[in-house]
Design a binder for this molecule. Structure first.
Ligand code: ZN
Ligand code: ZN
Length: 304
């Protein structure tokens, strides 16, 4: 008994030991965050809908919709094709509230000038201050909402946070969108994943991440050497290797849906991407659901 008593006194907490270590504080903050998210999810009554309408070097667009707000991320298809794909998932192009633009490369904006001029379209276009003038709007530039890369803003009941990405355009950004307590991250067209982007992509429920090329396929593929160098560079596109490294080291266990996209038509294959990603997810023991977005048809609609 005496030994037990002295042992008890030996471990009696001092003021210092009552304080949390940085690791404990981080863990507590994480559990607080998860608890808040659970409460938000349980309390949510509206439907949130997400769909990648097209993904790849011939055109990109994704839709996030709540009961009140419909946002298109990029408009890299003709207006006619965008309208068709939206109608396939039960949406009307005329009901869009906003189009947020990642960067001025054609595969992200090809439908934008026509959409901007159309009297049928009431969507407000959001582009960064430096990106907007890079787009050939036609006769007259439309009324735009410009923002600083890195800025956050609200569109209806959807919070939009932009972040700079390393890519060879004037002022490229990715987005994190929060709707109904759910976080949707979109990060394509990036040469690599810097720490700042890893930070932005924490706690995403749905993540769209680039898996552009298989390095070996790119090296022996049909592109001229200058284009190969561009694609592989730090301001090019994320390889399958870059994607798998992110999944291994940085993908949150809380990410429910991972959608890999912007696959190169010549230097990648959906089955290779699936294989690479599944291997990492299995190794990490994650139950994240995986989809590979394609160029020619909308990906399955996620509804929450
Ligand atoms: Zn690009
Ligand atoms: Zn692109």
């Amino acid at each position: 008994m005496l030994v037990e008593a002295s042992n008890f006194h030996a471990v009696k907490p001092t003021r210092k030991s009552l304080e949390s270590t940085p690791a404990e504080t981080k863990q507590k903050m994480f559990f607080c965050f998860l608890a808040t998210r659970c409460i938000l999810k349980i309390g949510r009554t509206e439907i949130v809908k997400f769909c990648v309408l097209a993904s790849g070097s011939s055109g990109n667009a994704a839709l996030l919709a709540t009961d009140q707000t419909r946002i298109l991320v990029d408009a890299g298809l003709s207006m006619r094709e965008l309208a068709r794909r939206l109608s396939l998932i039960g949406e009307d192009i005329e009901a869009l509230d906003a189009i947020v633009v990642t960067h001025e490369h054609t595969d992200h904006i090809s439908g934008l000038p026509v959409l901007a001029r159309s009297k049928r379209i009431r969507a407000v276009i959001y582009a960064t201050r430096l990106c907007a003038p890079q787009i050939d709007w036609g006769v007259t530039a439309p009324a735009l909402q410009t923002f600083q890369a890195g800025a956050s803003f609200q569109i209806g009941d959807i919070e939009v946070a932009s972040f700079s990405v390393p890519h060879d355009s004037v002022d490229p950004v990715g987005f994190c969108l929060v709707a109904g307590g759910l976080k949707f991250g979109i990060a394509t067209d990036l040469g690599y994943v810097p720490e700042s982007i890893k930070y932005h992509l924490r706690y995403t429920d749905v993540l769209v991440l680039e898996a552009n090329h298989d390095l070996d396929m790119l090296k022996v593929g049909p592109y001229p050497w200058s284009v190969k160098q561009r694609v592989m560079s730090r301001v090019g596109h994320l390889s399958n290797l870059g994607m798998s490294e992110f999944l291994m080291e940085d993908l949150d266990a809380s990410t429910e849906h991972l959608i890999l996209g912007h696959l190169s038509e010549h230097n990648n294959h959906p089955e290779i991407v699936r294989l690479v990603a599944n291997e990492v997810l299995q190794r990490r023991g994650l139950a994240t659901r995986l989809a590979v977005a394609c160029q020619n048809a909308p990906s399955p609609v996620l509804q929450f």
